[in-house]
Ligand binder design. Sequence first.
Ligand code: SF4
Length: 460
Amino acid sequence: MAGPKRKVYIKTFGCQMNVADSEQMALLLADEYVPTDRAEEADLYLINTCAIRRKAEEKVRSLLGSLQTLKQRRPRMLIGVGGCVAQQEGERLLAAAPHLDLVFGPHGVRRLPELVRKAVPGRRVVDIELSRGFPAQPQRHWVSGAFKTLVTIMQGCDNFCTYCVVPYVRGREYSRPSREIVAEVTDFLAAGGKEVTLLGQNVNSYGRGLAEDISFPELLRRIDALPGLARLRFATSHPRDLSKELTAAFGELPSLCEHLHLPVQSGSDRILEAMNRGYTRKEYLEKVAQLRRVCPDISLSTDIIVGFPGETEADFQQTLDLVAEAAFDQAFSFKYSPRPQTRAAALPGRVPGEVQAERLTRLQTLLNELTFNANQRLLGKVAEVLVEGTSKRSPEELCGRLRTNQVVNFSGSRELAGRLVRLQLTEAHPHSLKGTQVDDSSLPWPLAADLQAPQRRVTC
Ligand code: SF4
């Protein structure tokens, strides 16, 4: 008879794609390992890394260094580094960390059980091969109470933005056949799931290279039509590929949440061109205006890089102007940092660190103001919230998200986790809201049509 399973601890850095990859690692290892959230009792310690910015990579290196002590205490514990830093560094990571047993890139995830079996103590393994095609996904078994899920619909990227390491570490773009995606979502909904987020580096180009003739909006329509789906989200979108058809979907599909993450990166045409983004500020702003016409309640979030090589004060001012005009509800902003292999790393005109820091502070002051304003505009409204669990700030409170993606904290029974409730929004804070339940019971699902997504019937 097989003995008890060993324990795996997975530390995840970076984006939702990495969160989905970590879930897949746990699934693939499930025959031999059970997940633990106590690193000190793990038999296998995996770090799933992000290489998008230098700071993210530094955090990984620092964690890896600190694991030396744990390895001394538990010499039979295996340590593996996966993801984008692993792909980028390969053997160099082994040289830098003698206590490291296994290095595997994003495409090595599919071979993880075999790699772990090979990496017995004293035998180190590296797998940074980039494969072709979308890999077969392990069968997911939904536990009761699972109410939201991430579903990967494509991987890799063909865009080669000049600052970005993704096409080098995650490889070329491959879409997943639609029947597999629909089957996975159907299973999730059959088990009582409510919210699905479709993931890919650039979901708008979903379908390219597939034998079937399907676009991303068509995939959204097929998923929206599945019975039981309350909320549909997706990330990430490239502004150049945001088509009229996709914009129109925000006015047509009841489950599609009124939120879009649309990374602009800069407000200066000169810098956008140097970044190889493939759109101008005017085109971006026109798309924003069109989205707001189709879906007046839409909440927009974005990513912005400050201090890209050659960025002048005038370029930066254009970014500030665009941010004010687009009136983003939420944003992630960063100082540019050169990444290995990328074209921008070799560009002249490096912006000094102190100038980058000063610009970032000015930008974040404006972004914080816009986020707070957006939260204040919601005051007094009654809105649907999907309850996610207890609040990070106070175990006495629950937290959930609006369809427009803002976090709302409120007092209520823990049994509401995973359910849709109606809250009156009573307090606006810089990065969250507070609410009170307007009735004792959670919302029945499916909702009555009049509670679903108001003001969404305009077309492009
Ligand atoms: S679209 Fe550009 S920024 Fe996004 S992953 Fe691809 S190369 Fe990177």
